[in-house]
Ligand binder design. Structure first.
Ligand code: HEM
Length: 450
């Protein structure tokens, strides 16, 4: 049974602290011009920044959020809080190993290249532990809801991504034990697609299908539209990745057909999802949309823009040239934007459960929204999305000189938002307004108490 005490995921706040630290470190590398889009793909600086963003920021953010929300989705507690901590240690420790390994390959840390596969094994261990901790309650919670199905499918893609990454790491550092894997290096784009698309995008769709209706009081049941988003998304990413990897060995036109059919299905899934998200906003019962959901519209806009840029560059035969800007759009605009906006609700929600959840019904407590001051957040969200948009435009149109000044808005906004998250966590705005509206006690005999 889920009670207030076992509803709180003890280690989720620490996941968020590490995730934000990794995010800011990657942003510092970009501002310093040590990574893509200023530098080429596959140079060590780019590989370090890409994995700080994908493993360090997005993976820790998503797992931290899932450890909190899977009990809410399934109404069963997490099998183990200790395993959540083990995941954090394995993934963050593994990431540090991967970074040493990338620098070892580049000769910056000579003799450390074997840290790359070692780090990959640690990340794999963390992902396996998390998959058990999240997957078991999701599978047991029958019938499987749409968010559960999307997250479970995403976890399968996550496993594939990490296994592919590990195979690359072995190929690059211990070629003697992996000769059969060398051709796989041509499939680096499929590793990226499985991770950014099959895992993060499907899991983000699943989590948003839970959080958007929950906080806007809209119908949660998405009917046949939600089923199609899941089916098209799963088929699309599976076909595109299988087609890409198949081409590594077969170079058959069949592989190309599978890839193109996959891209078409992905475009269909994204279009349906965005239409359905608009429907959630339209059918909400809550009159005023809170800041986190209002600003999330920016992230949905970037998902649509990424799909548009992907389709246009594919039909123009320029997908390879557009890929760096496309990855940037997805990582910062869609996934990063959704992450930052939803954190603005998840952190006060966690704070509220931690501090006031157990005293609900025994005295007056503040509301979740009293823990934040929304007017302070809007300038930071505008600054973030504007920075991403200007940086993407300069990458797409090759205005190299404009990229870094435009991008500087992104770390500025991230620091501003991190300060707001910390203020919510420390209850600063509640202390500042002692007259903030409070939830009155549930129990009638306690209503007279101060
Ligand atoms: C969520 C998980 C992950 C995502 C989304 C991801 C994403 C990416 C992306 C986008 C690239 C291309 C970078 C570029 O073009 O410069 C890449 C390359 C690479 N990734 Fe990952 N990655 C993940 C996990 C891992 C793991 C756990 C390892 C294990 C060590 C790994 C090892 C590698 C290697 C070795 C390359 C370079 C391959 C080459 O030089 O051809 N990745 N990854």
């Amino acid at each position: 049974m889920v009670t207030i005490s076992n509803r709180v995921s003890r280690w989720t706040p620490l996941f968020f602290v590490f995730a934000l630290a990794n995010f800011l470190t990657a942003q510092a590398l970009i501002v310093a011009g040590l990574t893509w889009p200023a530098q080429a793909a596959l140079v060590p600086g780019t590989l370090v920044a890409v994995h700080l963003l994908t493993v360090g920021w997005l993976l820790l953010l998503m797992l931290g959020a899932l450890f909190q929300f899977v009990p809410v989705i399934t109404s069963t507690p997490l099998p183990s809080q200790h395993l959540a901590l083990a995941t954090l240690i394995a993934v963050q420790g593994g990431l540090l190993g991967m970074i040493c390994g990338f620098m070892g390959i580049a000769g910056v840390l000579p003799g450390h290249s074997r840290a790359l596969p070692a780090g990959g094994v640690a990340v794999l261990a963390g992902v396996l532990i998390a998959s058990g901790n999240i997957g078991v309650p999701l599978i047991r919670g029958r019938p499987l809801t749409l968010p559960a199905r999307l997250v479970l499918t995403g976890l399968a893609f996550l496993l594939l991504t990490v296994l592919l990454g590990l195979a690359f790491a072995l190929t690059l550092t211990v070629p003697a034990i992996a000769p059969a894997l060398v051709p796989l290096l041509a499939g680096v784009g499929d590793h990226a697609l499985a991770g950014l698309g099959g895992w993060f995008t499907l899991a983000a769709m699943g989590v948003s299908y839970k959080l958007l209706p929950m906080f806007m009081l809209a119908p949660e049941e998405r009917g046949v539209t939600g089923d199609w988003v899941h089916v098209l998304g799963t088929a699309g990413f599976s076909l595109a990745v299988a087609g890409g990897l198949g081409a590594v060995w077969l170079s058959a036109p069949l592989a190309r057909v599978a890839q193109v059919a996959g891209y078409a299905a992905i475009a269909g899934a994204v279009a349906l999802y965005l239409w359905d998200v608009a429907r959630i906003y339209r059918t909400r019962k809550r009159a005023v949309v809170e800041a986190h959901n209002l600003c999330a519209v920016g992230a949905f806009g970037f998902l649509g823009l990424a799909a548009g840029v992907g389709i246009a560059s594919l039909t123009a035969g320029r997908l390879a040239e557009a890929t760096p800007a496309l990855v940037f759009l997805i990582v910062f605009g869609w996934l990063g934007g959704l992450g930052l906006t939803q954190l603005y609700k998840i952190i006060p929600f966690l704070t509220w459960l931690n501090r006031y959840g157990s005293s609900l019904g025994r005295g007056a407590v503040p509301r979740v929204q009293d823990l934040v001051k929304e007017s302070r957040s809007y300038p930071w969200f505008v600054c973030y999305f504007l920075g991403v948009l200007l940086a993407v435009l300069s990458a797409l149109f090759d205005w190299r000189i404009a990229f870094r000044p435009a991008f500087a808005l992104v770390p500025l906004a991230t620091v501003g938002l991190a300060i707001e998250y910390a203020r919510a966590w420390r209850g600063r705005y509640v202390r500042e307004q002692p007259t903030a509206p409070a939830v009155s006690p549930f129990l009638p005999h306690e209503r007279g108490r101060p």
